[in-house]
Design a protein. Structure first.
Lengths: 245, 368, 523
């Protein structure tokens, strides 16, 4: 843990007049687990896009430690130690589970280092450890294409672990999961937190409660409320946004 | 890659079988110029025509390999590989023209015939150095590589992918064709280069020279195949596959996708250039029609028919489609374009994994 | 000021009257001796009175008679006309005598007739005469030209007369007249006037500044005309690009299906024109309408083929654009070969209707070919129809619904498969219509379409995928840029430059001139 914090201030994103984010501020301290909730269209995914370099903010400050994230592209931001798990799990179907993890493993990313890459014992044991952690040891040599939905989610989380990020952004990790899978996922995320900062975007309030962390509520691209889950659930404005729609 | 994706036991059996078939195929090809020396009535005699046409197909197979590296592995459907092939061919053609020396029709000591005819007083600067074989070979690789670099850098950087990229590569091919048709480009206009005399001191008309070129092409094919096999077997190869299937995900893993694609594209263009350079002395002519967009797209069909994403497939496709073409254009020339068009429809709708897919059965991990 | 104008007006009115008087005065000379005849002929030639023309022609043809009273008569068929008035007169009792001429008079007649054509009733003759007088550049023609100008009404001929007058004045001895001549020549946009001025520099050292200024003025106007013509050529090329790209703007821009057989649909449209023309050739009342008839025919033919292609092949590949690209390329190849085998590989001739032929002269000598003008108008009409179809019809509404939110459209009871087929058929039909227009300016051969697919694609991408306004602006700007570059770079390099420029443009704005709005475009 290198103790860098994620800092967003006055961030706005405008798509042709539509403000997807409006003067958003967010600070995630090193090692913190943070849940972000909000109704559809609140700007949760756009916020992730801004942090990971997929979308450029129209205005505002986005930084991680000393690095100005608005000037970097996705790859550079990923290499800074910011990992992202998408809502829809994206793993590389043509590659085996093992190869998926191998690609994610922290190592020089240029074409030539990749050509010269040789799997060392240390790398192998790290991949093995992650395989155990995500419960896919048996499937290591299977192509990712034949994994179940839940297994794909875990493989993706495993890939994030291989990246060894300092900050993890996780978008709806339990959407479409069975209860057992949800439980496993919650355990995985809890295991990850503490070692690094994690931001989880989720709809499932029970899941958020299980995470037992500070909660940020977004609405219409702005910060609506922040605090413990009990605190925000009592917040009048939050109730209005969630129920009054 | 897709061989490794097969379930274990079957894959290794297939792999051993494949290796035996490949070595056998190379040996058969290597024997052809020798068998050509047998008396005409000998049962194993191979005709001049078959040797020369096979020599061409070997060059096409290299082109197919290069295209497969870009398309089958990195997902860059280039409709401009015919142009890289032609650029390599032109670089070789320039060397061959310089070697004609004073033996041209006009007998000018330095200038090729077409330059004398067009009233050139001296060799244009970009022709300098092409009298050296080593320089020409360098250009065979560098010119297509440079064009691919500039084009690729422009496109990949701004994330132009899919059909946009395909059309842009086709537009480039078209533009190059138009440019090379111009007389004042200094590349012989629509007649291009021909009447070559010799290469490396060997008169091109001799059987020995033909055999030498045949073997050079075969060695190049085997070399390119091994190179591609090595590349696709490394982590870099897996990065390419990953880019092909989910480009933006690779970016979020921290890979500079632009650099990776550029590397593959430039390497692929160089291989295509090499194929063109081997092709030109064998057919004895290079002209701007070699740039025609149709040629590039035909190469795409070779790869598609054979099975993209598998190196053997690309080579197999080049040989089988061209074999079919040679046979059809002599027996039923009107039919050929229908068959070629039909092949496009067939492989896209019914055989997305090509002939290799038929052999491998329903294995996993073919390209999407 | 007013008074001067009035005076000038009076003078102008008086001029023809005086000339007529002079003509009546000069007329009798024709009946005199050879010397008198020659003098009279020259006088009449210089007067520029149109009534002298038939008289001199009669004299040249030996149809001028001298009556018993010495009055001159013209034999016109079996009628006799009075030479001075042109009115028919009763046949006199005494047979009028034919007036003979000698060589000297004949030479004088030739010159006079040549000049007098400048007042001939036939505008073509007048124009030719004006050109001739301009080339003569002689001060002697001044009265003639002045006279002709007072009665000339056709602007084009007036223009030439002014030039001839200017050139003749420049050739005179009088400095003021020279100045007026230079001014008149300098007010034109004629390369010939420019040449005359340049030539006159040597002989008129004193007027050099004026001459230079006049040449510069002509140069400016020539440049302007050049620019106008380039603009028109650019617009014309733009209209061709627009026609070719419109269908693609629907199939690729709206549906997202890349159809590499698009060029072949254009080609099929052109061949439909050929077939319709062949079918109507022997029906006299229908033949002139073959081209307008070909428009719906081509739409139907290509739309049907498009619909069949979408239902039979393309729909299996939705979401796989690269495969679609290859598949449609293969289909295009087969269509091309089928046409080649059916109609032959040679160019087929398409006859342009009379109303599309010829060249139109716009003010300022800007030449505009009629068929290009028609195609320009036609392309805009087709664009308007496409826009109307998408905006205002039920089909257009369903099409937009399906392309924007397929699942929702489907759940609202729209048969998305049918809409897909219709949309693709619509785009293909437009390509066919484009083929009808292009058959008028391009060679109708099986590979007519090959060149259009790349251009069309560039236009659609440049303008912004999914935006018809973008396609319009894209087509015309690419057309104009191409034609502006052509004089410097040559046709081929201009095309190459445009290609490269579009590629670089896409670097800066990957979504074209008119990007689709909203978050949907982000995906």
């Amino acid at each position: 843990m290198k103790g860098r914090r994620l800092y967003l201030d006055g961030v706005s994103v405008v798509f042709d007049g539509f403000r997807a984010l409006n003067n958003l501020a967010l600070i995630v301290e090193p090692g913190e687990l943070r849940a972000v909730i909000g109704p559809n269209g609140a700007g949760k995914t756009t916020m992730m896009d801004v942090i990971t370099g997929k979308t450029r903010p129209t205005e505002g400050v986005v930084s991680f430690g000393d690095a100005d994230l608005t000037r970097l592209d996705e790859a550079a931001i990923a290499n800074l130690g910011i990992g992202r798990k998408f809502q829809k799990p994206t793993v590389f179907d043509a590659l085996t589970v093992f190869e998926n993890l191998e690609l994610a493993l922290k190592a020089p990313r240029g074409p030539l280092p990749c050509l010269r890459w040789a799997l060392t014992g240390e790398a192998k044991s790290r991949i093995g450890a992650t395989l155990r952690e995500i419960g896919l040891e048996e499937r290591a040599q299977d192509p990712a294409a034949i994994l179940s939905h839940g297994q794909r989610q875990w493989l993706e989380i495993g890939m994030l672990l291989m990246q060894d990020p300092d900050l993890l952004l996780v978008d709806e990790p339990v959407a479409g999961m069975t209860d057992a899978e949800t439980e496993h996922t919650a355990r995985l995320l809890a295991g990850i937190a503490g070692r690094r900062s994690v931001v989880v975007v989720e709809h499932d309030l029970d899941f958020v409660r299980a995470l037992n962390c500070r909660v940020t509520v977004l609405a219409e691209g702005s910060l609506l409320s922040e605090g413990s889950i009990d605190h925000v659930q009592k917040d009048e404005r939050v109730i209005e946004v969630y129920l009054g729609r | 890659m897709s061989v490794t994706a097969l379930p274990g036991a079957r894959a290794s059996g297939l792999r051993i079988g494949l290796r035996a078939v490949l070595i056998g195929a190379v040996l058969v090809l290597a024997a052809m110029p020798v068998l050509n020396q047998l008396p005409q009535d000998h049962a194993l005699h191979v005709s001049d025509f078959l040797v020369s046409v096979t020599g061409k197909w070997i060059c096409y197979a290299i082109l197919a390999l290069s295209l497969d590296l870009a398309w089958g592995y990195a997902g860059i459907l280039s409709l401009g590989h015919g142009a890289f092939f032609a650029l390599g061919g032109y670089a070789m053609g320039m060397h061959l023209m310089r070697l004609i020396g004073p033996r041209g029709v006009y007998g000018h000591p330095v200038l090729p015939d077409f330059m004398v005819f067009l009233g050139y007083q001296e060799l244009p600067w970009y022709w300098l150095g092409f009298d050296s074989f080593a320089f020409a070979m360098l250009m065979v690789l560098l010119v297509p590589g440079l064009v691919a670099f500039v084009l690729g850098w422009l496109c990949f950087r701004s994330r132009i992918t899919g059909v946009y990229l395909s059309i842009i590569t086709q537009a480039m091919t078209y533009a190059l064709m138009l440019a090379f048709f111009r007389n004042d480009m200094g590349f012989g206009g629509n007649n291009g280069f021909t009447d070559f005399k010799e290469l490396l001191g060997m008169p091109l008309s001799t059987t020995a020279a033909r055999a030498a070129l045949f073997y050079a092409s075969l060695v190049a094919l085997v070399g390119c195949y091994l190179l591609c096999r090595w590349i696709t077997g490394t982590k870099y190869g897996r990065v390419l596959t990953a880019i092909r299937d989910a480009e933006s995900r690779v970016r979020f893993l921290g890979y500079g996708v632009t650099r990776h694609k550029l590397f593959a594209f430039v390497l692929s263009a160089m291989m295509a250039g090499l194929a063109g350079a081997l092709y030109v002395p064998q057919v004895g002519i290079i002209n701007p029609s070699e740039f025609s967009p149709g040629n590039s797209i035909e190469a795409v069909v070779w790869v598609a028919v054979g099975g993209r994403g598998t190196l053997v497939g690309a080579v197999l496709g080049a040989f089988s489609v061209n074999g079919l073409k040679t046979w059809l254009t002599s027996t039923a020339p009107d039919l050929w374009l229908f068959v070629l068009g039909g092949l496009f429809v067939l492989v896209t709708l019914l055989l997305p994994r090509g002939l290799i897919g038929l052999v491998q059965g329903r294995g996993q991990g073919g390209p999407k | 000021m007013k008074r001067i104008l009035l005076l000038l007006l009076l003078l102008a009115l008086a001029l023809p009257a005086r000339a007529q008087d002079a003509m009546i005065e000069a007329l009798p000379g024709l009946g005199g001796g050879f010397g008198a005849q020659a003098t009279a002929v020259e006088r009449l030639g210089a007067l520029g009175d149109p009534r002298a023309l038939p008289v001199l022609r009669a004299l040249a043809d030996g149809r001028l008679l001298r009556g018993a009273d010495g009055g001159l008569l013209i034999r016109e068929g079996d009628q006799l006309l009075d030479a001075a008035t042109g009115a028919a007169v009763p046949r006199p009792e005494a047979e009028p005598a034919r007036i003979n001429i000698n060589n000297r008079v004949r030479v004088a007649l030739r010159g006079a007739l040549g000049r007098l054509q400048i007042v001939s009733p036939d505008p073509a003759e007048r124009l030719a005469a004006a050109e001739g007088v301009f080339r003569m550049r002689s001060a002697e023609n001044l009265p003639l030209l002045e006279a002709a100008l007072t009665r000339e009404a056709v602007p084009r001929i007036r223009e030439r007369l002014e030039l001839a007058l200017g050139a003749s004045r420049l050739a005179s001895e009088d400095l003021e007249a020279k100045r007026a001549g230079i001014a008149a020549l300098g007010a034109s946009a004629s390369p010939e006037a420019r040449a005359v001025l340049l030539e006159a520099r040597a002989a008129n050292a004193a007027l050099l500044p004026e001459i230079e200024a006049a040449v510069a003025a002509i140069d400016r106007r020539l440049q302007l005309r050049q620019a106008a013509e380039t603009l028109f050529q650019g617009l014309s090329l733009g209209s061709v690009l627009l026609l070719a790209a419109l269908g693609l703007a629907v199939t690729f821009g709206v549906m997202g299906v890349i159809n590499m057989a698009h060029g072949e649909f254009v080609m099929l449209g052109a061949y439909t024109t050929v077939v319709v023309q062949d079918l109507t050739r022997d029906i006299p009342w229908l033949a002139p309408w073959s081209l307008p008839l070909a428009v719906p025919a081509a739409f139907l033919v290509t739309a049907l083929i498009g619909a069949a292609m979408e239902r039979g092949l393309i729909r299996h590949l939705y979401g796989r654009p690269l495969e679609t690209l290859l598949l449609t390329f293969g289909v295009g190849m087969m269509i091309q070969q089928a046409v080649r085998l059916t109609f032959g590989a040679q160019n087929r001739e398409v006859i342009s209707p009379a109303w599309m032929q010829g060249t139109l002269m716009l003010p300022g000598d800007i030449a505009v070919t009629q068929n290009r003008l028609w195609i320009l108008a036609f392309s805009l009409v087709v664009l308007a129809l496409v826009v109307a179809a998408i905006r205002f019809t039920r089909f257009g509404l369903e099409m937009r619904a399906v392309t924007q939110r397929r699942a929702i459209a489907s759940s609202m009871g729209i048969r998305t498969g049918r809409v897909d087929a219709l949309t693709f058929a619509f785009g293909s039909g437009i390509a066919g219509i484009a083929g009808v227009a292009l058959s008028q300016i391009d060679n109708v051969s099986p590979n007519l379409g090959t060149g259009y697919i790349i251009d069309s694609f560039l236009v659609v991408v440049f303008g912004g995928v999914g935006s018809l306004a973008g396609t319009l602006i894209g087509a015309f700007s690419l057309g104009i840029i191409n034609k502006v570059l052509e004089p410097w770079a040559g046709a081929v390099l201009a095309k190459v430059f445009v290609l490269v420029a579009v590629m670089i443009f896409i670097q800066r704005r990957p979504r074209g001139l008119f990007p689709q709005k909203g978050r949907a475009a982000e995906a």
